[in-house]
Design a protein around this ligand. Structure first.
Ligand code: BJW
Ligand code: ZN
Length: 246
C-alpha cells in the first residue's frame, strides 16, 4: 500500500498535518454527506445547511440536526480516529484539522483538533447571548435561548458563512509550515477547507490522500490510497512502527 521510500521519508518528518472529513467517521456508522450512502442523497443540503433555510424553517433544520445528535451520542470512534490520535505520540508535531462537527476525534484522544466547521454539540443564540455546549436531547424544536428567548441555532458553519477566523488561521499556518500533509476521508469539494493542501502540493511536500473514491485532489497528491481509513491507517501505523525497529 505504501512504497518504502515514502515511509522512510515520513518517519523522519516532524511537522505533520492531518485533514479529515466525514469519511473518517463512516466506519463509526455515521453517514457521509456525498457519494454512496451519503446523507445528502436523501435530503437537499441547500435546504438544510444554509442560514437562509434556517431563517425560513428553523424547526425543519433543527429536526435534521437533532436526529444526527442522537445518532452521534451513541457513536464511538473507530480505528481510524484512534490511529490519528496515536500519531500525536509518534510525530513531534501533529496538527489535526477536521471539517467534522461530531467530536469523535476528541473522544479518540486527539488533543487539540482544529474544528473548521464548528461542532454539532454547540448551540448559539441568534440574539447574541453567545455560544455554549449542550448535549441534552432538545425536545421542543426549535430550541429557544434560556437568557433572552431568541432562537438557538446549531454551532456549525453553513454554506455562505465564514469559517471561524482563529481555527482557520491556525490551520493555514500549519499547512504552510508542514513537512507532510495527510488528507483522510474528504471529498475535497467544499472550500476553503479543500484548498488547504494546495500550498503543500505546490511546494512538492509529501501529500498522501486516503479515500476509497477518486477526488479532485487524487491526481495531484504524492500518493493516493484507495481504501477505507481504518484499513489504510492500520497499514500505515504498522509500516511506521516496523521501520522504526528496523
Ligand atoms: C471514506 C470512507 C472511509 C467514505 N474511509 N473515506 C471557492 C470555490 C467554490 C466555492 C466556494 C469557494 N469558497 C467558498 C465557496 C462556497 C462554499 C463551497 O465550498 N461550496 C462548494 C460546495 C462549491 N463554501 C462555503 O460557503 C464556506 N464558507 C466560506 O467559504 O466562507 C467565505 C465566503 C462567505 C460567503 C461567500 C463566499 C465565501 C463554508 C462551508 C461550510 C460547510 N458546511 C458543511 C455543513 C457543516 C454542518 C453540518 O455538519 O451539518 O460542512 S457542508 C458539509 O461538507 C460539511 C462537511 O464538513 C463538508 C465537507 O464534506 P466532507 O467531509 O468532505 O464529506 P463528503 O461526504 O463530501 O465526503 C466524504 C468522503 O469520504 C467521500 O469522498 C468518500 O469517498 C469518503 N469515504 N467512506 C475514508 N471508510
Ligand atoms: Zn439569547
Amino acid at each position: 500500500m505504501y512504497p518504502d521510500e515514502i515511509i522512510q521519508k515520513l518517519k523522519k518528518y516532524e511537522k505533520v498535518v492531518l485533514l479529515t472529513g466525514a469519511g473518517i467517521s463512516a466506519e463509526s456508522g455515521i453517514s457521509t454527506f456525498r457519494g454512496a450512502r451519503g446523507q445528502w442523497e436523501k435530503v437537499d443540503p441547500m435546504k438544510l445547511a444554509t442560514p437562509e433555510s434556517f431563517a425560513k424553517d428553523p424547526k425543519f433544520v433543527w429536526e435534521w440536526y437533532e436526529a444526527r445528535r442522537r445518532q452521534l451520542a451513541l457513536a464511538e470512534p473507530n480505528a481510524g480516529h484512534e490511529i490519528l490520535a496515536w500519531m500525536e505520540e509518534f510525530f513531534p508535531q501533529v496538527t489535526l484539522v477536521t471539517q467534522n462537527v461530531d467530536r469523535l476525534h476528541q473522544k479518540a484522544g486527539s488533543r487539540h483538533p482544529i474544528e473548521l466547521h464548528g461542532s454539532i454539540w454547540m448551540v448559539r443564540c441568534v440574539g447574541g447571548c453567545g455560544e455554549w455546549e449542550d448535549r441534552h436531547e432538545l425536545v421542543n424544536l426549535p430550541p429557544k435561548c434560556p437568557h433572552c428567548g431568541a432562537l438557538l441555532r446549531p454551532g456549525v458553519v453553513w454554506f455562505g458563512e465564514g469559517l471561524p477566523p482563529e481555527p482557520w488561521a491556525e490551520a493555514e499556518k500549519a499547512a504552510r509550515n508542514c513537512d507532510a500533509f495527510l488528507i483522510i476521508g474528504t471529498s475535497a469539494l467544499v472550500y476553503p477547507a479543500a484548498a488547504l493542501p494546495e500550498g503543500p502540493m505546490r511546494l512538492g511536500k509529501l501529500v498522501i490522500e486516503i479515500n476509497p473514491e477518486e477526488t479532485p485532489l487524487s491526481g495531484q497528491v504524492t500518493l493516493s490510497i484507495h481504501a477505507g481509513a481504518g484499513e489504510a491507517l492500520k497499514s500505515l501505523r504498522e509500516k511506521l512502527i516496523k521501520n522504526e525497529v528496523d
